[in-house]
Design a protein around this ligand. Structure first.
Ligand code: AMP
Ligand code: MG
Length: 399
């Protein structure tokens, strides 16, 4: 007897899986947060500079400001003598003009006085009485920071869709924004499944396993800037699963782990067929092949495989880029060992990095959780290809 043909796509590509998940997420809405709460959020609008930086032409060093032309011949053997006519400090500039043979003492970030066009650092000066200095090298225009050389008022500097790294939060502050327009956080419900899954801290009987996925996935979701609704763990029972999925109603997405393979106790797919719909089942990747996507009353349900490595790799490769709106970033490195290809799947092999080259981690079983913590990268081998030692390969760096 042949099994009935499923009426949903099976064995989709990694890219198709991303696109289908993205299509089930709500359109992003915007909210405003203070700068201090911006880190990890995604900008919802372009941000223009409200001021120029630097706001005036200023010194990059502590030293003296002078006229470059006066100092061109300065050497330790034949220093140039200049008269000190004043001082320019950050926040209190010199009110006069620097004339020929003159200089003012100046400090980092202090405005360059009119007349001066170069800086000589304090390390290249010798004091000569209270009013004169000797320069042992020419004052340099390179140590002048010109007004607006970093960014000019009105310039568009940050872009909608960018994630706010610490450096971008600092930049937004420097642009003059006290509040930031950001996308609303996605609410992601998280559920572990399996009769054998036990909370850490409790005794473990033979055949049981601690729930590592819950903590790994929660941490990854938080890194993605999501709000996590932890639904804990349910046994392999359709009734318990149904109750938990109903409890996820307020979320945008439900992420489950376990219960999506071919086993008799893998109920999630059948529940979706019965109460909602399946968008796809199985992705042409290893690890992580059994992943499942569906919908249940407006809630997107992404079923991750229970194997810890599979669930975390599927999260990194498919779920994270969709939740954050940031494509997976990869680089090309030289392989120090061969990496096997699979004829019908893209492989994401755990690898180690040494001196800019990638090495096969060795143990590639989906249950070997320590491998993910020890591997620095995933080597991506496209379907139907393979990598010889010495060839370049595409690599995803693990955080
Ligand atoms: P499943 O996808 O439910 O068939 O589970 C595959 C493997 O992953 C089994 O060895 C499970 O015991 C293990 N597993 C399932 N859920 C978890 C979890 N939350 N944490 C750690 N291992 C798990
Ligand atoms: Mg299971």
């Amino acid at each position: 007897m042949t099994a009935p043909r499923p009426d949903f796509p099976m064995h989709v590509s990694v890219q198709e899986a991303r696109e289908m998940l993205a299509a089930l997420l709500p359109a992003p809405t915007t909210e405003t947060v203070p700068l201090a709460e911006g880190r990890g959020r995604t900008l919802a609008a372009d941000l223009a500079a409200r001021v120029s930086h630097p706001s005036a032409t200023e010194s990059a060093l502590d030293g003296i400001a002078a006229r470059a032309a006066d100092t061109l011949t300065a050497t330790p053997a034949a220093p140039i003598r200049l008269r000190v006519v004043g001082e320019s400090r950050a926040g209190a500039s010199f009110s006069g003009t620097v004339g020929p043979g003159e200089c003012v003492r100046i400090y980092t970030g202090a405005p360059l006085p009119p007349g001066a066009d170069a800086i000589c650092p304090v390390e290249q000066l010798r004091e000569e009485g209270p009013d004169h200095v000797l320069l042992v090298r020419p004052a340099s225009p390179d140590d002048v920071r010109h007004e607006g050389s970093d960014f000019r008022a009105g310039e568009m500097v940050l872009r909608a869709g960018q994630r706010l790294t610490p450096a971008r939060v600092a930049l937004a502050a420097a642009l003059g924004h006290a509040e930031l327009p950001v996308r609303r956080r996605l609410r992601v419900a998280l559920l572990s499944t399996g009769d054998e899954v036990v909370l850490p801290g409790q005794p473990l009987r033979p055949g049981q396993v601690y729930d590592s996925n819950r903590y790994g996935l929660q941490a990854m979701l938080e890194e993605c800037g999501c709000e996590v609704l932890s639904l804990g763990h349910v046994p392999d029972s359709p009734a318990a699963l149904e109750e938990a999925i109903t409890a996820a109603g307020g979320a945008d997405v439900l992420l489950t782990s376990g219960g999506v393979s071919m086993g008799r106790y893998d109920f999630i797919r059948d529940l979706l067929i019965e109460h909602g719909r399946v968008a796809f089942w199985k992705v042409r990747m290893r690890p992580g092949g059994p992943a499942l996507l569906g919908g249940w009353k407006g809630l997107a349900v992404f079923g991750l495989p229970g194997n810890p490595v599979s669930s975390l790799v599927v999260f990194q490769v498919i779920v994270r880029p969709v939740l954050t709106g940031q494509p997976v970033s990869t680089l090309r490195l030289r392989a120090a060992t061969p990496f096997r290809g699979l004829h019908d799947k893209t492989a994401f092999w755990r690898a180690r990095l040494r001196e800019g080259r990638v090495y096969d981690y060795g143990q590639q079983g989906s249950g070997v959780l320590r491998s993910l913590s020890e591997a620095e990268a995933l080597v991506i081998v496209p379907e139907g290809s393979g990598v010889q030692a010495g060839e370049e390969v595409e690599v995803l760096l693990l955080a």
